[in-house]
Design a protein around this ligand. Structure first.
Ligand SMILES: [Zn+2]
Ligand SMILES: [Zn+2]
Length: 345
């Protein structure tokens, strides 16, 4: 990507194109160690146990109060939008430009989802797009083949097995833009503290709100553990379900699909076929009626002056990729120009 040279450059000597540095490898030379993988197991496994236990516990012991539900929904909204609008559409794909304050807010909000530091998330996801469903994709469900046995194994891999892969995506290669950003380096470095905050704050709020230790514990169970695990599974479903099942509505070079039933829970991320067909588009549910909460949040940020240069759906670009019957685009699409503009963006 860069045109830096390996050879020492004399002051009066311009870099020569012939002396380009070889491309950086996709994977870091240092593999993910056992300690890191244990941490991943703890921070995904413990919340998942809570999610599995949640319904029986609530049913049998009545350990649920409305305060915990309100706190859980609030944290789900903040961390889920932090992923969909922040980590994904802003940091990975530059679907819009943000003010410095919004950039930091999105970096912090996404970290509260406990899906890894922003630099790691962006690097992994850009590698996913580079290779989508081919060799090199960190989490393709088609990795082991396409018979039912291989696909079952692949679904488990795409959903969460890949988290324990020893391969670490190179941030130098896939996220040099954000590595060069001081604010984002700091947010990424603060990830452990933000994980502590996302787990402890709901308990503190629940305790103070109900003025009881039991209220703190109930909020910790529902609004911290259950909420974190629920969002984990929704995000992971984009990698597993939305690359296997669903509707093919746009031409893409991979197996991405649009999955309507996951749209609300995933803040619009499950319109994944459109996303792979036009990755920088700020709205993924582009057709009329395709709910996309993250796109609405970007729209709101734009109205408030916090976001600009938003890449709203471009009817001319999209009509070339649309498959099947022609359906009208939803709101936020750019108006179709009377005369086609010169190509290029
Ligand atoms: Zn993407
Ligand atoms: Zn994908």
């Amino acid at each position: 990507m860069t045109a830096a040279t390996d050879l020492p450059v004399l002051p009066d000597e311009a870099p020569r194109p012939a002396a380009r540095r070889p491309p950086l490898p996709d994977i870091d030379p240092e593999p993910r160690g056992a300690a890191a993988r244990v941490l991943i197991a703890v921070f995904t496994g413990v919340p998942m146990l809570a999610l599995l236990a949640a319904v029986p516990v609530a049913w049998a012991w009545g350990l649920l109060d409305w305060q915990a539900i309100v706190i859980g929904i609030a944290f789900y909204l903040v961390s889920g939008l932090g992923i969909a609008m922040g980590f994904h559409r802003y940091f990975t794909h530059s679907s819009f430009k943000a003010t410095r304050a919004l950039k930091i807010i999105l970096g912090v909000a996404g970290s509260l989802a406990v899906e890894g530091p922003v630099l790691e998330w962006v690097a992994d996801h850009r590698r996913h797009h580079k290779y989508s469903d081919r060799e090199g994709d960190p989490h393709s469900p088609w990795r082991f083949g396409d018979d039912w046995k291989a696909l079952t194994k692949g679904m488990i891999w795409a959903h969460m097995g890949w988290l324990f892969d020893r391969d670490v995506t190179s941030q130098q290669k896939f996220a040099p833009d954000w590595l060069a950003d001081r604010d984002i380096r700091a947010v990424s470095r603060l990830f452990p503290a933000l994980v502590a905050a996302t787990l402890l704050l709901p308990a503190v709020i629940g305790g103070v709100w109900t003025m009881s230790w039991q209220g703190a514990l109930i909020a910790f169970f529902w609004a911290s553990l259950v909420r974190v695990s629920f969002l984990h599974h929704v995000t992971w479903s984009i990698n597993s379900i939305c690359h296997t099942f669903g509707r093919l509505e746009f031409e893409a070079r991979d197996k991405s699909r649009n999955v309507a039933w996951l749209a609300v829970l995933s803040f619009g991320e499950s319109w994944h076929n459109l996303h792979h067909a036009d990755p920088t588009c700020a709205r993924h549910g582009v057709f009329k009626g395709q709910i996309d909460i993250a796109a609405r949040a970007i729209w709101l940020a734009e109205k408030l002056g916090w976001a600009r240069d938003v890449r709203w759906p471009d009817p001319a670009r999209l009509s070339a990729k649309k498959l099947g019957e022609q359906r009208p685009l939803g709101s936020m699409a750019r108006p179709r120009p009377a005369v086609a503009p010169p190509s290029g963006r």
